[in-house]
Design a protein around this ligand. Structure first.
Ligand code: IPE
Ligand code: IPE
Ligand code: MG
Length: 252
């Protein structure tokens, strides 16, 4: 049996379809999606999960109609205002991944403010992936390493999986043991391409606004019963071995 995951990442998908199927416009779905996110943040905190990453806005989401993009930005801004108190009372530390420089100034300011206020909290670390792209994150990382090689600060032979891992902006947290995507879509949509190497993937049919703490608890329960093999076979796992997604050591 696996211990409870330390890091859960969620691709919160299906707000638009949820609203459409109920005769509302897509924007209503985003409001209900934000409510679901609040519930899941509180539940993760209660369940003593160390890290929760929520895929909030992808670099590709700028392609949506301007009205929807603007609405998502204003919703994010309101959420940051409203949730600060809840984050504080739940001892949650707020962080982000993704390129914030393209966000409206007022949102960047608010993000900075919420990060600053919550930086000494010691409970759940909540990460919003905003304007995030896995490929972009890796491209930046490789460019940075290439520059170090060019200036002779790094030898190409020293570029390893572990160096790449440490050089990514997500290095402050372990890679997620569990990635959940709602809405019945079976894809990563450019999320955590590197970090997902050995994550357990759970695809849920429900749309995001319907996803609740019971669903999360049930997925965690199923996760704890999964056999994570990391390339080994079952018989080997029964011996005394150490396994983590990035360092797999067979002790015999
Ligand atoms: C997820 O729901 C929220 C964001 C991507 C911002 P969608 O808006 O993608 O909803 P569907 O997938 O169109 O139903
Ligand atoms: C992924 O959902 C992005 C977020 C959940 C923020 P999308 O709805 O944008 O993904 P695609 O476009 O259907 O792959
Ligand atoms: Mg979608």
């Amino acid at each position: 049996m696996n211990p409870r995951p330390k890091h859960i990442a969620i691709i919160m998908d299906g707000n638009g379809r949820w609203a459409k199927e109920r005769g509302h416009n897509r924007l209503w779905g985003h409001i209900r999606g934000a409510k679901a996110a609040r519930q899941i943040i509180e539940a993760s905190s209660r369940l003593k999960i160390r890290h929760l990453t929520l895929f909030t806005f992808s670099t590709e989401n700028w392609n949506r109609p301007k009205k929807e993009v603007n609405f998502l930005m204003s919703l994010l801004s309101r959420q940051l205002d409203r949730e600060l108190q809840t984050l504080m009372s739940n001892n949650v530390k707020f962080r982000t991944l993704g390129n914030l420089s393209q966000l409206p100034d007022n949102i960047r300011e608010k993000i900075k403010d919420v990060k600053e206020h919550t930086k000494n909290n010691t409970g759940l670390t909540l990460t919003f992936a905003i304007n995030y792209s896995g490929q972009q994150e890796l491209t930046h990382c490789f460019k940075m390493l290439a520059e170090k090689v060019l200036s002779k600060k790094l030898h190409p032979n020293d570029i390893s999986e572990s160096l790449i891992n440490q050089s990514l902006p997500s290095a402050y947290q372990d890679t997620p043991e569990l990635i959940i995507r709602t809405s019945g879509e079976y894809r990563l949509s450019n999320f955590f391409l590197w970090q997902a190497a050995y994550s357990e993937l759970f695809f849920v049919e429900k749309y995001w606004p319907d996803f609740n703490s019971e669903d999360l608890t049930e997925i965690i329960r199923q996760y704890t019963h999964k056999e994570r093999r990391f390339g080994f076979i079952t018989e080997q796992l029964k011996q005394q071995e150490v396994h983590t997604p990035n360092t797999v050591t067979l002790l015999n």
